[in-house]
Design a protein around this ligand. Structure first.
Ligand code: SAH
Ligand code: SF4
Length: 395
């Protein structure tokens, strides 16, 4: 956690919010909750213990009502209920794919919507969460990139996605049962691979992930959290120091010329600058390896030469290469590489000593694949509108 800046910022927010109405307690860091409790009249000496108690109720037991926090006095519970709310984003729709993938459309303050996807696998259950509504970047193969940034999500809205999925999936621990005897967690991993560039919303993403990793609450190991970035170089070093989670990088090209067009942030920080900071990441964050994401675009970045250049570039970096068959969307300027081409590319990378899994699209029937988020929902709305216009139904 960095020194004092974020705490000051949080206190300022609280001061501004308190006179007008309750503050959402979900998303406050421990320090911010501590300060908020004191601002609300909790004696300083008790504040740390109260934070511990409230923290466990909210993040370990999943309690949503201060009245249920039975180890706090009735008076204090009432005071909390006057001052704070325990609020999560609202689930608008929930779709379940044939393969078990679940997609939630959730609404956040201001009526904006983001999507959250749960992907069950045999050995894990991964939740893909969003960090922004839209994105400031304009990667040419990504549908989110065609949607302007509307706003950053707050830390509460980011951790709230994990909590609402836990509500839907495995519930929260059952009281009176030892940790060892609890049912296995269906939600075991989190990836920041939904909408938005997490490193352009650094503080909120960091605070939310600190909450997710806190051992007294949701308690996900930092090895089970992966942050995906398009390559915001200065923030990558900070991620290693202040979050320490696993890192995935949207690499996608092996020359600056091609990467400039696919991932335009490359014009600001090119491949060399990116690789330099990536070399340091595993040491600083004490993580095993970096995931290089590589979207397979027919005749753009998928040649044998690209594969050979890729392994040369990343030489010396502990890495895994995740090959993502391009997920097409209406109006996309690319097509997906052929299966045989993807396999030949994977083979070259594999022979050079790197794991090179080809990402299997999941939840295709509910349009839950990478880069399709939100677009599907928008498209659905559009077609509904079109139908209404054609048939004269609707209002
Ligand atoms: N902004 C971050 C994280 C969100 S995107 C980033 O760019 O890394 C998550 C992953 O999906 C990224 O690797 C992104 O490049 C990839 N992606 C985006 N659109 C895609 C598409 N249409 N098909 C396949 N992968 C896509
Ligand atoms: Fe934004 Fe990531 Fe999409 Fe690029 S790939 S436009 S950084 S969400």
């Amino acid at each position: 956690m960095s020194a004092t800046a974020p705490i000051t910022q949080d206190v300022m927010t609280i001061k501004r919010v308190l006179p007008d109405g309750p503050t959402n307690i979900v998303g406050l860091t421990r320090d911010a909750m501590h300060d908020a409790l004191i601002a609300a009249g909790t004696p300083e000496k008790q504040a740390k213990m109260r934070v511990n108690q409230i923290w466990q109720w909210i993040y370990h037991w999943g309690v949503r009502d201060f009245a249920e926090m039975t180890n706090l006095s009735k008076g204090f519970r009432a005071k909390l209920a006057d001052t704070f709310v325990i609020a999560l984003p609202e689930v608008v729709t929930r779709e379940v794919s044939k393969d078990g993938t679940r997609k939630y459309l959730v609404r956040i303050a201001g009526g904006h919507e983001v999507e959250v996807v749960y992907i069950p696998e045999t050995d894990r259950g991964t939740l893909c969460i969003s960090s922004q509504v839209g994105c400031t970047l304009t990667c040419s193969f990504c549908h989110t990139g065609t949607q302007k940034l509307v706003r950053n999500l707050t830390a509460g809205e980011i951790i709230g996605q994990v909590m609402l999925a836990r509500d839907d999936l495995d519930g929260w621990p059952e009281k009176g049962i030892s940790t060892a005897d609890q049912a296995p967690r269906l939600l075991s991993n989190v990836v920041l691979m939904g909408m938005g560039e997490p490193l352009y919303n650094f503080e909120n993403v960091r605070d939310a992930m600190k909450i997710a990793m806190d051992g007294e609450g949701i308690a996900l190991s930092r090895r089970r959290i992966t942050l995906s970035t398009s390559g915001v170089v200065p923030e990558i070093a900070r991620t290693a120091q202040e979050i320490g989670c696993q890192l995935a990088v949207s690499f996608h090209a092996t020359t600056d010329e091609v990467r400039d067009t696919l991932v335009p942030i490359n014009k600001r920080w090119n491949i060399e600058a990116l690789l330099n900071v990536l070399r340091e990441y595993p040491k600083v964050s004490n993580s095993e390896r970096i995931t290089f994401e590589y979207v397979m675009l027919k005749d753009v970045n998928d040649s044998d030469e690209d594969a050979r250049r890729l392994v040369k570039l990343i030489d010396g970096i502990p890495a895994k290469i995740n090959l993502i068959p391009f997920n097409e969307w209406p109006g996309a300027p690319y097509t997906r590489s052929d299966k045989a081409r993807i396999e030949a590319f994977a083979e070259i990378v594999y022979r050079a000593g790197y794991a090179s899994p080809i990402r299997r699209p999941r939840g295709e029937d509910i349009m839950a694949a990478c880069g399709q988020l939100k677009s599907a929902t928008e498209r659905e709305r559009k077609s509904r509108k079109q139908i209404e216009a054609e048939t004269g139904t609707g209002r």
